[in-house]
Design a protein around this ligand. Structure first.
Ligand SMILES: Cc1cc2nc3c(=O)[nH]c(=O)nc-3n(C[C@H](O)[C@H](O)[C@H](O)COP(=O)(O)O)c2cc1C
Length: 184
């Protein structure tokens, strides 16, 4: 199984890093794009170095490398997660504007009918954001608002992050033991 992960410049890059850690532990083949703003947010919001984040994956591509394999539908992958997904990237994908590798790879997922999961983070949401989310949902993307549930009573930020990451892993149909399920 090969999963493409993109980290963009929305708040909550911790979600992306934790997802990569778990995918690494599960032995999933991963390829990563971190936008310039995503790199800035990793520096602002976390203690992680970019080197640490890229050490978690099998391949990393530059945001502007539109010749990377994931820019082509002929490259097979099992899906893509944009986590977190800024409303800028959301809007670009919703309008088919493939100006960087994240939006191009997402566009490829849509045209090839592969799984595309967008962990959108912004608040409040404008009508434009909502309309872009509705449009992408209608065209097959899965919209996962970065809003973890509290029913497992998380007591740390790490647990809260895992509540959301667990839902993404479920959507990727991966067996995992991250976070608690309701009823367990
Ligand atoms: C500290 C900080 C927090 C930000 N948080 C968000 C956010 O939560 N959601 C969002 O859509 N944009 C946020 N932005 C703005 C994006 O980084 C900006 O729109 C950027 O152009 C997104 O580019 P990208 O999608 O190519 O990474 C934030 C910017 C900064 C500096």
């Amino acid at each position: 199984m090969t999963i493409t992960v993109a980290i963009t410049g929305a708040s909550g890059v911790q979600y992306g890093v934790r997802l990569l850690e778990v995918l690494n532990q599960l032995g999933v083949d991963t390829q990563l794009v971190v936008t310039k703003s995503g790199q800035e947010l990793i520096g602002i919001e976390t203690q992680y170095s970019l080197n640490y984040v890229t050490s978690l994956v099998n391949r990393t591509y530059d945001e502007m490398d539109l010749a990377a394999p994931i820019a082509s539908g002929s490259h097979i992958s099992n899906g893509m997660v944009v986590i977190p997904c800024s409303v800028k990237t959301l809007g670009s994908i919703a309008h088919g504007i493939s100006s960087n590798l994240v939006t191009r790879a997402a566009d490829v997922c849509l045209k090839e009918h592969r799984k595309l999961i967008l962990v959108v983070r912004e608040t409040p949401l404008s009508g434009i954001h909502l309309s872009n989310m509705l449009k992408l949902s209608q065209f097959g993307a899965v919209i996962v608002p970065a809003s973890p549930g509290f029913y497992t009573r998380p007591t740390t930020i790490e647990e809260l992050i895992e509540v959301l990451v667990a839902r993404v892993l479920d959507l990727l149909q991966l067996d995992h033991t991250v976070s608690r399920r309701w009823g367990d």
